[in-house]
Design a protein around this ligand. Structure first.
Ligand code: ZN
Ligand code: ZN
Length: 371
C-alpha cells in the first residue's frame, strides 16, 4: 500500500515528504493508520545524527497513536478497529532481563533498537525507486501508515482522544516511568528536574502524582514556567538568569540538597550542575541522552563520600503493556494531564519548520502532527 511519510535522507538536511510503498504486516506485526504523532526532542537529535547510527534513509517519529487496520499471523491482543499507542519497546519475553521484569533492557531488543529494521531484521518501507527506507525504533510515526511489532503496540480505550494518547508512547511513558518505575520516588521526597521539554514536564507530573515535595523545575527558557507549574512544579528556576545550584541547595532545601535529580536534557553542563544539588544518598537519574561524542566530567570523589548513585534511565523502565493502559485510565480520570501538553497541531508538511522551532527552543509543551 501507499503511505505519505517525512523521510530523512541525510543527517541535518530538511526532511522530504514522499509517497512510500509499505508492505503488509508479517507474523507478529500490525498495520496502524496513524492519527497523531508527537515531535520529540529525540527526533531532533536523531535527525542531527548525534546518535552515530548508520540507518539512512529513515522515517523518524516514535510517539504515535492510531487505529489498527490489519494484524499479522499470531496477533491476539489487537484487532482491526482497536486504538493503539505505538511504543519503542519490543521485548522478546524470554531473555534474563525480560523474565526479571525489565523488558526495557531486553537483551535481544537493544541491539536491534537502533538498527532501522523490524524484529526480523528487514524493513517494510520502500521509496518510488525501490530503495529500502528504514524504521525508527520500530515506530516511524512520521508516516500516515506504519507496520510495527504487535508487542510494541498497546491497546488503549477509545474514549481517550488519540492526540492525547500518542503522548503516552514517549514523553509521558518515559517521564512518569522515570519517577515511578526507575527511581520509585516516595511521598514527601524532594525532586529537581533539569529540562522542561516533553519528558521533563512528565517527570514533574510523575513527581506530583508521587506526592513529592518540593518539585523544582530548571530550564533556560522562562516561557516554560507556566506549563511546568501546571504539571506540578512547586518552584521554577530560569537557569539562563540564575545559577540553580545555590538556590536549590541553600534557599529551597536549607543546605541539604534533593533526594533525586532528573536530568532530562542530555547536556554535559546540565549533568554537572545537577550533580551538585544531590543530598547525601541522593540519586542522579540520567534520562537525557547526550551526543555520542560528548563526555560528562564529574568530581567523582563526591560520589562515594556522599554515597550518591548515578543511574541511567531508559524509557522510564516502563512495562509498556501494563503501564500505558493504566496511564490512559489515569488520564480519563483527570489525574494525568495530557491536554495541556498539546500546544500546537501541525501537518506533516510542517516538519522542517518544527525542527527549526525546536532548535530555537521555541516549543513549549508538545507539537503534534495530525494525519
Ligand atoms: Zn521520545
Ligand atoms: Zn528479552
Amino acid at each position: 500500500m501507499k503511505t505519505k511519510a517525512a523521510v530523512t535522507r541525510s543527517w541535518g538536511e530538511p526532511m522530504t515528504i514522499e509517497e512510500l510503498e509499505l508492505e503488509s504486516p508479517k507474523a507478529g506485526e500490525v498495520l496502524i493508520k496513524v492519527a497523531h504523532t508527537g515531535f520529540c526532542h529525540s527526533d531532533l537529535s536523531a535527525w542531527k545524527g548525534i546518535y552515530g547510527l548508520d540507518v539512512l534513509p529513515i522515517v523518524l517519529g516514535h510517539e504515535c497513536a492510531g487505529v489498527v487496520q490489519e494484524v499479522g499471523a499470531g496477533v491476539t491482543h489487537l484487532k482491526p478497529g482497536d486504538h493503539a499507542v505505538s511504543c519503542w519497546q519490543a521485548p522478546c519475553g524470554t531473555c534474563e532481563s525480560c523474565v526479571s521484569g525489565n523488558t526495557h533492557i531486553c537483551e535481544n531488543l537493544l541491539p536491534s533498537l537502533g538498527s532501522g529494521k523490524l524484529m526480523d531484521g528487514t524493513a517494510r518501507f520502500k521509496d518510488k525507486n525501490g530503495e529500502v527506507i528504514n524504521h525508527a525504533l520500530y515506530v516511524s510515526g512520521f508516516s500516515e501508515y506504519i507496520v510495527s511489532p504487535a508487542i510494541a503496540s498497546v491497546k488503549v480505550p477509545k474514549e481517550l482522544p488519540l492526540d492525547q494518547a500518542c503522548l503516552l508512547g514517549c514523553a509521558v511513558g518515559t517521564g512518569w516511568g522515570a519517577v515511578h518505575r526507575s527511581a520509585m520516588v516516595k511521598t514527601g521526597e524532594s525532586v529537581a528536574v533539569w529540562g522542561c521539554g516533553g519528558i521533563g514536564l512528565n517527570i514533574i507530573q510523575g513527581a506530583r502524582l508521587a506526592h513529592a515535595y518540593p518539585i523544582i523545575a530548571v530550564d533556560l527558557e522562562g516561557s516554560k514556567e507556566a506549563l511546568a507549574r501546571e504539571m506540578g512544579a512547586t518552584h521554577f528556576i530560569n537557569s539562563s538568569k540564575e545559577d540553580p545550584v545555590p538556590i536549590i541547595r541553600e534557599k529551597i532545601t536549607g543546605g541539604k540538597g534533593v533526594h533525586y535529580v532528573f536530568e532530562a536534557i542530555g547536556d554535559p553542563g546540565a549533568y554537572l550542575q545537577s550533580f551538585f544539588v544531590l543530598k547525601n544518598g541522593g540519586r542522579l537519574m540520567a534520562v537525557g541522552i547526550p551526543s555520542c561524542e560528548e563526555m560528562v566530567t564529574l568530581p567523582f570523589y563526591i560520589v562515594p563520600f556522599q554515597a550518591n548513585k548515578i543511574e541511567g534511565v531508559l524509557y522510564g523502565s516502563l512495562r509498556h503493556q501494563i503501564d500505558i493502559p493504566r496511564l490512559a485510565d489515569l488520564a480519563l480520570r483527570g489525574d494525568l494531564k495530557l491536554e495541556p501538553m498539546i500546544t500546537q497541531h501541525c501537518k506533516l508538511e510542517d516538519v522542517n519548520g518544527m525542527i527549526e522551532a525546536m532548535e530555537k527552543r521555541e516549543i513549549v509543551g508538545r507539537w503534534v502532527f495530525d494525519f
